[in-house]
Structures are given as structure tokens and as C-alpha cells.
Design a protein around this ligand. Structure first.
Ligand code: BES
Ligand code: ZN
Length: 895
């Protein structure tokens, strides 16, 4: 191989305002890669990567052109073409590009050698070190930080990976696919492993791992009888904490066979848990790499919510094997094709193996809490964006959660059988290919013979549709007429919108609380109660209604919309007591509480008289008194809207202190009024037997801990004592954290004693110490900012570890409404300073945390001014990354 040195002046800088990438500019790649043979020799600071690419001209492309390979901070050591050294004027190499100027117009072999420093890689993209282990993260554009390559998902190649490392430093060597060879490097302290993945895949699904890891092993026999080895690798000593993940993996594998007919395809499936990770987890073919917080779970260290999300995320990444890997995305504009669809699949999995109503409520809460907020602010974008400056900023609630809702609406429109037929057709037509959203939707249109042209607007138009329903009952005709108007508000770059296709599930409750048939005048009885809206304004008449019905609208949250209706006084309370649709029964309670809170927030600011909570308390009393209801459901229904929920519903001129005050008063009023029912629930929901993380036990604990919290709001003295006792007696992390959460709301000796005890108990257990940081970050008191600032200097804090940063800073800015949004602007200033420092270490995580400013325009003027000032200060910081620059510019409306 020819060696040469590169011009050190061309050091990679991604600080420039990048030119946006546009969907309309998509062109097929000029060159395809048939096979890649990687040879990676691991070393803490000088890892050597040899890549042998079999390139061929793409018959789909225009005239054969130069070969342009992506790079990112790469150092080229050597390059050959068909084994021959390349002349210096035959190519151009910079840290972010390798161009072969006049390649032959035929298949050829290109070999490169690059060198990298995994220890210095604090961005955690490409090849980096997590503790002592070597690991990779390539989605979306990290593979180019390992070797020069056409790093785009429509280039799918067969990978063979040889890894070499010091035996003592990295006894375990893993890559995608099946193990082909392994052995010692004779005469050295090093060894190697060769992995071969027979399935062509895009570079973003590449992974390798090397390190001293513990492992648990199991197996799964697929529906066609093939035995697959399952291995989960963790930090040595943590093996037993991976048992729950292994069980979840097997449940997910079985479910995908039963629900979608999808079978696993390699001989081995591996998961590796690492403690330094930018995201939650990654679906690399046959070698998923996880943030260890989403794998490790034990009674002593993980809450029920942690167990729940371990199961959901293990399933999500596993499901990508078909929706993402076997069928991948043509380009990153199609990201929802794999993410929205896979979220839909993991939601269905959790619904099937846990409680469907409880899961739906949790998902809708998350959708409104994240996606509706995103959609209402400067970062709003369509489910299929049309342009981006930095793709890693588009792994958003809109792509994921709204993307999943769009798939769910397809199922609602077509019905389960035709939906399944569409999915089957998708797998059949596009297996082994890089597909588009249009191709995905075409499968449903074809399988169901259903015109989905207008439905495609869900992918193109940003914003949350607003529906207004006006009902008129005609006693003489026994008819109820619904006049429905839809409006889609403007979003950045989209001032004018077209009407959407909205599947609206409705029900009519009679005076006895039972459902009446939903029968269109002169038409059929709608079995599932779904009317399909397509126009800005439509009228539907329903017949056969002997008395004025109470309307239950958007049952099951059949469309991701906002809704208003001319309900009468008492209708919501009636729905809260009787709706057969459990989602809407929950929704009725939420709507009652939200309306009351909004009024009282206004009262707080304007000095108007406050409205009492009597109607809401009656509804809540009925729910907590109904022992036939699932405790997890009762806990959801009893939970007040969050401060974020209230702020979102208010929408403009938001004053977080007034919201906090109104909510605290309501919690106290409910706690006082329902004190004895809450105490009874606390006692009834306390399990005597051993801990189990199953959904039913977790549901009982969730109601018990809700009762603990609400009762304390009503009677802090008794509540703090009970919480302190629960903290001491707890035999599991759910109960311990819940009691600590209650204690943390009440300044006093119990709080600091418990916090100190917690640190001593779990010192050195990173995932639990993250909870300790998180808890202190969310205390709603003016002293918290100083506490958080002091904690950034704690010996256990590090800006280099994303989990630690998210625990402390992430929780402060996302979950502490009053203290991040301090009226003096000090919360914003702290965040700006911290993010400028973090950006130099890890731009992706900094960019994500900068989205905490996304609703700044909705704030009251004083806070709005401070927030704008903080954003502008970040925008002006020197050497800002493209990641942070993109978020800040769009937030300010200058990007
Ligand atoms: N493919 C993503 C991981 C990813 C996201 C890589 C962004 C690079 C950039 C993975 O499948 C994923 O979606 N992970 C989620 C968790 C999931 C359960 C929604 C995550 O990491 O948050
Ligand atoms: Zn995903």
C-alpha cells in the first residue's frame, strides 16, 4: 500500500452552516458496494482500519463518475486500486472525503487504510471507548468516522469483519452476523475473530465490540424449528441483571412470529450493554448495542418503569430486524419508515403482553407531552421532512411517535385483516431493499384496494390538526347531527394546509351510560364507530337515538388531533363515570382537571376567585372507589395533568409559577378530600409477597405510590412520615424511589437524610446514582439551581457521560418547569453555559438538550426575553457544532 501524509491544514471542522440536504435532490448512488472486508486492529489510541471495498458502477445511475466516499475526521494512511498504489494526482483525500478522480468504468477493488483514536472520541459516534471496552455507533452517519465509505442507506453491502486486539484487554470480539473464524495471532499477545454477515446492509447497521465482558446465554427455537443462540454481554459482575432483558427478548421474538409472521434469520442474536451511549439503543444487524440503562434491571436497582422500558426497547430493537434491517430506508427522509413503524410494533407488543388501555394512555400522554409540543413550536416538521442540515436532530417525537400514529391510523382505516395483508405485501415486495414511505403506503393501497392519496398528507404536512365538533340533537327525528370542522395551523415553511384524512372513532352514550349504535342516516351502522373525515367541514347525521346521547369522541385516540366539542355541563363527569371506551373515560377526567387548572392559573395571575374542585373530586372518588378497575388504570386516571400538560394547553403567555401554584393547590384539595380512600388504597395495594416486576404487581405498586403521593399533598405531616417509613422498609427500587420522590417535595431533615442514605447505599452503581442526580434536579424550589450547579462539580458528575448529563441537566431543563424557567433567567443562563461546554465534548447530546428551549415563544414576556437572550448567546459561541447550531437557528427562526 502506498503511504503518504495529508495536509494538516485540512482539519475537519463541521462548524460551518451546512447546506441543507433536500429530498427533491435525491439521486441514486453512482457506485454500489458489493462486499466490504474490514480489518480492524484495536488499540486504545491508534486503531488501524483496513477496508477492502468491491465497487461497481450503479446501472441505475447516470454516467459513471468519480468515486466519492464519505469520511469524518479520518486520517488516510494508504490507498490502492485493484492492488496498485494510486498516483498522488489520482485521488483527493481530506478528513471528510476521499475522491477517486477517474475510476475505471467497471467493477474494481479499492483498499484504504485509516487510523483513529477511539479514546479521544468523546462524540461517541464511530468507534469509541465505553469505559475500557471498544464499541461503535454508526447511525446515522457514524460509519464514515471509521473508514471512507458511501455512507448512505441505499448502498447495501455484504460485510466481513476481522477484529484483532490484545487478548487481555479485549477477550471478547464481536461484529455483525455469524462467527466465521477466531484464533491467536501467533507470537503476540493478540487474538482475532472474523464475523460474516450474509445479509446485505447499509453501513449505519455496522457494529463491532471488543472488551472484557460478562455474558448470559440462552436460545430460541424459531417457528420453522431453527435454534438461535442468544447472548447478552454486560459489564462483568452485572450478569444477573440481564435476566429480565433475556426474557423480554424471547417474548419479542415469539410475538413477531405470531403477530406478523416474522422469523429471526441469523444463527445468533447478541445484545451488548455499554455505559456510554448517546441514545437508548441501536439495532445493528445481529449485534444490538444498548445503553446499559435499557438492559440492566433488578429488583434492587430498577423501578417498574425501568423494567417496562427495558422490555419495550429490547422489543423495539429486535423488531427492527425486519422493519429497518431486512427492509431499510432509501434515504434519511424516510426515517419514519423504520422508526414510526417499529414504534407502532413495539407499542402493539406491549399492549398485547401487558394492558392495552394502560399502554394507550401512556403512549398518548407521551405523544402530547413531546410531539404536540414540538409541533406547536419552531422545531415543527413533517413526519417525512423535506430538508435537513443535521440528520441526527431528526430523531424526534414527530418521526417516532407521530410516525407510529400514522401507521395506527392506517390500521384503523383498513381494519386489522387488510392492515396485516398490507404488511405482508410490504415484507414480500421490499425484502432486501431500501424502500420509501410511498412504497410502504402503496402496499396498503394495493392490498386493500383503498385510495391513500390524500392520506399521504400525514407525511407531508406538519402541525396538529384541530377539530371542532358541534352536535345538535333533534328529539323529533331521533337524530344527532355532528358538524365537524378541521383546521391545521401553519408551521415553519408551511403557511397554508390542506384537509387531512381523519379516522374519528365515536360513540353515543344513552342516559343509562350504555353505548347506543352509531348509525349513519340513510347508511350503515358503523361497527367500530369510525367516521372518516376528508374535508375542512363535514356534517354527519346519526339516527335511531331515542334520547339526547352523550358523545364520546376520538375513542382510543383514533387520530393524533386536538379536539373541542359543544359538550354540556355534566357530560364530562358522565363520561368519566360511564364511558365504555377506557381511553375516553380517562380522557374525560383529564379534560375536567385541565379545564379547572387553566381557570385557576388565570385566577392566580389575575387575582380572580378560584373555582373549587368538587366535580372533579366526585369523578375521582368514583374511580378510586371502583375496585373492579385495573389498579394501573386507576393510577393513570388519578394522576393530575403535569405542569407541562397545563402549559401546552394554555399555549401562550405561559407563567410556570402560576401553573405550579394552581396544580399544587389542586393536589392538596384532592388529597384532603380523598384522604381516607387514598389511605385505604395504600393499604389494599401493599403486597405482602415477594417482589415481581410483572404488569399486575407493578400496577398495584403504581396505585399504592400514587396514593402515598396524593395523600401527602393533602396532609404533608403524615405523608412525610409514611414516606420516610416506606423509604426505610422498601425491598425494591420502585418503592424506594417513589418514597424518596415524595420526601424530596418537602424541605426538612427527612429529605436530606434520605438523599444521603441513598448515595451511601448505591455509591458506585452508576445507573442508581443517576437516579440520585435526577431526583435532586427536579425539586421545585428556588434553591435547586444552586444545588444543580454544585452537583455539576460533584466528583461523580461528568459531562463525558450522556446518562449522567441527562440525569442531572436533562431532568432539570425538561422536568423542572418552575426552576428551569426561573423568572430571573438564571436557569436559562446556566443551561446555555453548560451546553456550550458540552458541545465541545458531545454535540449530539448538547443539541438534544438544547431542545429544552423549543417552547420559548409561548412564555410570558419576561421569561421569553431571557430565553431568547440565552439562545442568542449560544448561537454566538465560537466553534459551535453543526448539531447545536441547527437547533438554535431553527429555534430562533433564523435557520
Ligand atoms: N435506530 C435507533 C437508534 C438511533 C437513534 C441511532 C438516533 C442513531 C440516532 C433505535 O432503533 C431507536 O429508535 N432507539 C430509541 C429507543 C426506542 C425504543 C424508541 C432511542 O435510542 O431512544
Ligand atoms: Zn428505532
Amino acid at each position: 500500500m502506498a503511504s503518504f501524509s495529508i495536509d494538516p491544514g485540512v482539519k475537519s471542522m463541521r462548524t460551518e452552516q451546512a447546506v441543507p440536504v433536500r429530498l427533491v435532490d435525491y439521486r441514486p448512488p453512482d457506485w454500489l458496494v458489493e462486499t466490504v472486508a474490514l480489518d480492524v486492529s484495536l488499540d486504545p489510541t491508534r486503531t488501524r482500519v483496513r477496508a477492502r471495498l468491491k465497487l461497481k458502477p450503479n446501472p441505475q445511475a447516470a454516467a459513471p463518475a468519480a468515486v466519492v466516499l464519505d469520511g469524518d475526521e479520518l486520517v488516510l494512511r494508504a490507498v490502492t486500486l485493484d492492488g496498485e498504489a494510486l498516483a498522488a494526482d489520482a485521488y483527493v483525500a481530506t478528513p471528510d472525503r476521499l475522491t477517486i478522480l477517474q475510476p475505471p468504468n467497471r467493477p474494481f477493488v479499492l483498499e484504504t487504510e485509516t487510523e483513529l483514536d477511539p479514546t479521544a472520541n468523546t462524540k461517541l459516534m464511530g468507534l469509541y471507548r465505553s469505559g475500557k471496552a471498544y464499541t461503535t455507533q454508526c447511525e446515522a452517519e457514524g460509519f464514515r468516522r471509521i473508514t471512507y465509505f458511501p455512507d448512505r442507506p441505499d448502498v447495501m453491502a455484504v460485510f466481513t469483519t476481522r477484529i484483532e486486539a490484545d487478548k487481555a484487554e479485549a477477550p471478547v470480539l464481536l461484529a455483525n452476523g455469524n462467527l466465521a473464524d477466531a484464533g491467536d495471532v501467533l507470537g503476540t499477545t493478540r487474538h482475532y475473530a472474523v464475523w460474516h454477515d450474509p445479509f446485505p446492509k447499509p453501513s449505519y447497521l455496522f457494529a463491532l465490540v471488543g472488551g472484557a465482558l460478562g455474558v448470559i446465554e440462552d436460545s430460541f427455537t424459531t417457528m420453522s424449528g431453527r435454534k438461535v443462540a442468544l447472548k447478552i454481554f454486560v459489564e462483568p459482575g452485572k450478569e444477573s441483571r440481564a435476566d429480565y432483558a433475556m426474557g423480554a427478548l424471547k417474548r419479542a421474538m415469539r410475538w413477531d412470529e405470531q403477530a406478523f409472521g416474522r422469523e429471526y434469520d441469523l444463527d445468533i442474536f447478541m445484545i451488548v450493554a455499554v455505559s456510554y451511549f448517546n441514545m437508548g439503543a441501536m439495532e445493528n444487524k445481529g449485534l444490538n448495542i444498548f445503553n446499559d440503562k435499557n438492559v440492566l434491571a433488578s429488583q434492587e436497582t430498577a423501578t417498574d418503569a425501568d423494567f417496562n422500558s427495558v422490555e419495550a426497547i429490547i422489543a423495539h430493537e429486535y423488531f427492527h430486524n425486519w422493519t429497518g434491517n431486512r427492509i431499510t430506508c432509501r434515504d434519511w427522509f424516510q426515517l419514519c419508515l423504520k422508526e414510526g413503524l417499529t414504534v407502532f410494533r413495539d407499542q402493539e407488543f406491549s399492549s398485547d403482553i401487558r394492558s392495552r388501555p394502560v399502554k394507550r394512555i401512556a403512549d398518548v400522554r407521551a405523544l402530547r407531552g413531546h410531539q404536540f409540543v414540538e409541533d406547536a413550536g419552531p422545531l415543527a416538521h413533517p413526519v417525512r421532512p423535506e430538508a435537513y442540515r443535521e440528520i441526527s436532530n431528526f430523531y424526534t417525537a414527530t418521526i417516532y411517535e407521530k410516525g407510529a400514529e400514522v401507521v395506527r391510523m392506517l390500521k384503523t382505516l383498513l381494519g386489522p385483516a387488510k392492515f396485516r395483508a398490507g404488511m405482508d405485501l410490504y415484507f414480500e415486495r421490499h425484502d432486501g431493499r431500501a424502500a420509501t414511505v410511498d412504497e410502504f403506503v402503496a402496499c396498503f393501497a394495493d392490498a386493500a384496494d383503498y385510495d391513500l392519496t390524500q392520506f399521504m398528507r400525514w407525511y407531508r404536512q406538519a402541525g396538529t390538526p384541530e377539530l371542532a365538533v358541534e352536535a345538535n340533537y333533534d328529539a323529533g327525528a331521533k337524530t344527532c347531527t355532528l358538524e365537524i370542522t378541521q383546521m391545521l395551523p401553519p408551521t415553519p415553511g408551511q403557511p397554508v394546509k390542506e384537509p387531512m384524512v381523519i379516522p374519528l372513532a365515536i360513540g353515543f352514550l344513552g342516559p343509562d351510560g350504555r353505548d347506543r349504535p352509531v348509525t349513519l342516516a340513510g347508511g350503515p351502522t358503523l361497527e367500530r364507530g369510525v367516521v372518516t373525515l376528508t374535508q375542512a367541514k363535514q356534517t354527519f347525521a346519526f339516527t335511531g337515538l331515542d334520547e339526547r346521547p352523550v358523545m364520546s369522541l376520538n375513542r382510543g385516540f383514533s387520530a393524533p388531533i386536538k379536539l373541542t366539542a359543544n359538550l354540556r355541563d355534566g357530560d364530562l363527569a358522565f363520561l368519566a363515570a360511564h364511558d365504555s371506551d377506557s381511553f375516553n373515560r380517562w380522557q374525560a377526567v383529564q379534560t375536567l382537571a385541565t379545564a379547572l387548572l387553566i381557570e385557576n392559573v388565570a385566577a392566580h395571575r389575575g387575582g380572580a376567585p378560584k373555582r373549587g374542585a368538587d366535580e372533579l373530586i366526585v369523578a375521582l372518588a368514583a374511580i378510586i372507589g371502583d375496585h373492579g378497575l385495573d389498579p394501573a388504570y386507576v393510577a393513570q386516571a388519578m394522576a393530575m395533568p403535569t405542569e407541562g400538560d397545563i402549559a401546552r394547553e394554555i399555549g401562550t403567555d405561559v407563567d410556570p409559577d402560576a401553573i405550579f401554584a394552581a396544580r399544587r393547590e389542586l393536589r392538596a384539595a384532592v388529597g384532603r378530600a380523598l384522604g381516607s380512600a387514598l389511605e385505604a388504597a395504600y393499604v389494599r395495594m401493599t403486597d405482602k409477597g415477594p417482589y415481581s416486576p410483572d404488569a399486575a404487581s407493578a400496577g398495584r405498586r403504581s396505585l399504592k405510590n400514587l396514593a402515598l403521593d396524593l395523600a401527602a399533598a393533602g396532609d404533608p405531616g403524615a405523608g412525610v412520615a409514611r414516606a420516610a417509613k416506606q423509604y426505610r422498609d422498601a425491598d425494591n427500587m420502585t418503592d424506594r424511589m417513589a418514597s424518596l420522590g415524595v420526601l424530596s417535595l418537602y424541605a426538612g431533615p427527612e429529605r436530606q437524610e434520605a438523599l444521603d442514605d441513598f448515595y451511601r447505599r448505591y455509591d458506585g452503581d452508576a445507573l442508581v446514582i443517576d437516579k440520585w442526580f435526577a431526583l435532586q434536579a427536579v425539586i421545585p424550589e428556588p434553591e435547586t439551581l444552586d444545588r444543580v450547579r454544585a452537583l455539576t462539580a460533584h466528583p461523580a458528575f461528568s459531562l463525558a457521560n450522556p446518562n449522567r448529563v441527562r440525569a442531572l441537566v436533562g431532568n432539570f431543563v425538561q422536568a423542572n418547569q418552575t426552576q428551569f424557567n426561573r423568572a430571573d433567567g438564571a436557569g436559562y443562563a446556566f443551561h446555555a453555559d453548560t451546553m456550550i461546554a458540552l458541545d465541545a465534548i458531545n454535540p449530539q447530546v448538547a443539541a438534544r438538550l438544547m431542545t429544552a428551549f423549543r417552547s420559548w415563544r409561548a412564555l410570558e414576556p419576561v421569561r421569553r426575553g431571557h430565553a431568547e437572550e440565552a439562545l442568542k448567546r449560544v448561537a454566538a459561541a465560537p466553534n459551535l457544532s453543526r448539531d447545536v447550531n441547527d437547533i438554535v437557528a431553527r429555534s430562533l427562526g433564523t435557520g
